[in-house]
Design a protein around this ligand. Structure first.
Ligand SMILES: Nc1nc2c(c(=O)[nH]1)N[C@H]1C(S)=C(S)[C@@H](COP(=O)(O)OP(=O)(O)OC[C@H]3O[C@@H](n4cnc5c(N)ncnc54)[C@H](O)[C@@H]3O)O[C@H]1N2
Ligand code: MOO
Length: 436
């Protein structure tokens, strides 16, 4: 019997829709709603706290600065005295930084003062030494200095009693400076998340090992462990899972016992070797599988007992994009901080898309360019394809094409999300021509 030729249309689109896929916004909401923050906290020195999440409220116990201080090296006096005496003030003393003022300012005089030194009571203004002239035992202050100039009031930065840091704040060098300025040496932060990181697939080989036809070096492990590095997590490398249902089940069940989150890449779709989504459903709960996005349709999210689970697609572009879009809010919620959606900047498109299939939100690799007249535009990386790490190297960020858009005309504003919005460092070298 000869088989009838197969008729019908074939899809070159791996996102053919056979069921209603969850929309991007629905997935974000679901993650934010389902992920509880871990409760445990620990006290640590402030110099080890960058990137950690504050677990207590910091209230200023005293003013910063503690007393009024001078912002310059010069002469401190009462502005009204200076006006009354025509800018000529006898010198009555000297205040050095680090020493309390000897007492209030003697009426009608000026004191020599240095940057950071306490301004005596009664002195409301400081003149810079370069602007003044000493005339024997008096100082000559030029006209025009405003009252209050060069004086920092007590509590000008932070007033005693103010709430400075709220629980859930991610500590940057700036927040740590504020805490340090209040005199606190130790603070309570939430404990670090324990994250298990696994690659999956019989074809995956760790860099440094010999490779054979049909095999692929593991690019996702080094990428994901470095994406996790600045986050509040201790990452355990659990290696590469083979495409074997029993082994996948056993490994995930064991990992769930010791971690707050399991992060996998690969094996999340429906191929014969893909066991991740099925294992998640069997061992725990699959809250989400299949999204109306590109790349990353096969993403799955759920939990095994209290341990959360994020199964990223294997293609490196999808793994990175999906980690930034969904992994970051998930880790944020888990470690107890309010997640802020990355800012989308309107940038003129430097490309056109004639027609595109609507229904999915697409994230393209975007490159920012400036023309000779200084006009900024966003180019899309020339080649599509979720396996092309080259596009990730070239990109400055992601171009977001909403679900309903069916074409893009060059020059119209599109949404650009710089990688820096996800906390990634900017590319510091010029883009080689071959990456455009
Ligand atoms: N019939 C269909 N096939 C596929 C569809 C589909 O909708 N229908 N979707 C495609 C898309 S999109 C993706 S993404 C992948 C996702 O599949 P998996 O998550 O199961 O990933 P794998 O099949 O294991 O791997 C995909 C691809 O990525 C390579 N890979 C995997 N891990 C790594 C790693 N650690 N480092 C580097 N490269 C890795 C792997 O070798 C594959 O080439 O499914 C499509 N298929
Ligand atoms: O989601 Mo797939 O990652 O587009 O390649």
């Amino acid at each position: 019997m000869t088989g009838a030729p197969i008729s019908g249309s074939f899809s070159d689109d791996c996102f053919r829709q056979e069921e209603r896929l969850l929309l991007h916004d629905e997935a974000i909401r679901l993650i934010l709603d389902r992920v509880p923050p871990i409760a445990a906290s620990e006290r640590i020195p402030i110099d080890q706290a960058v990137g950690r999440v504050m677990a207590e409220t910091v209230v200023a116990q005293r003013n910063v600065p503690l007393t009024a201080t001078s912002a310059v090296d010069g002469w401190a006096f009462a502005h009204a005295d200076c006006l009354r005496l025509g800018g000529r003030l006898p010198i009555s003393g000297r205040v050095l930084a680090g020493k309390a003022a000897h007492g209030p300012l003697t009426l009608g005089t000026a004191v020599r003062i240095f940057t950071g030194a306490a301004v005596p009571d009664g002195a409301d203004t400081v003149a810079m030494q370069e602007d003044c002239r000493q005339d024997g035992e008096a100082i000559l202050v030029p006209a025009g200095l405003k009252p209050g100039a060069n004086r920092r009031d007590a509590g000008e930065d932070v007033a005693a009693g103010a709430i400075v840091i709220a629980p859930g704040t991610v500590l940057r060098p700036q927040e740590l400076a504020a805490i340090g300025s209040l005199g606190m040496a130790k603070i309570a932060v939430t404990r670090r998340l324990r994250v298990a990181l696994l690659s999956t697939g019989d074809e995956i080989v760790r860099p440094g090992q010999p490779i054979h036809p049909g095999e692929v070096y593991d690019a996702n492990h080094v990428m994901l462990s470095n994406l996790l590095a600045p986050m509040d997590a201790v990452v355990h490398d659990l290696g590469i899972l083979p495409d074997d249902a029993a082994l996948v089940h056993a490994a995930l069940e064991e990992a769930a016992r010791h971690h707050d989150l399991i992060l996998t890449s690969g094996g999340s779709s429906r191929g014969d070797g893909d066991h991740i989504a099925e294992a998640l459903a069997t061992l725990g709960h699959r809250h989400l599988w299949h999204l109306a996005i590109k790349p990353g349709k096969p993403l799955c999210f759920g939990q095994i007992g209290p341990c959360l689970f994020l199964g990223l697609p294997g293609n490196p572009v999808a793994a990175l994009v999906n980690f930034l879009l969904y992994g970051q809010p998930l880790l944020a919620r888990l470690s107890g901080h309010a997640w802020r959606a990355p800012t989308r900047f309107p940038v003129p498109a430097g490309f056109s898309i004639g027609t595109r299939k609507t229904g999915r939100r697409e994230f393209l690799r975007g490159i920012l360019t400036t023309d000779a007249d200084g006009h900024l535009s966003a180019q899309k990386f020339s080649r599509d394809g979720s396996g092309l790490i080259t596009g990730l190297r070239a990109a400055d960020g992601l171009i977001e094409i909403p679900e309903t858009v069916h074409s893009v005309t060059a020059g119209e504003p599109i949404a650009f999300i710089p990688f820096t919005e996800f906390g990634l460092p900017p590319r510091r070298t010029a883009l080689p021509d071959d990456l455009m």
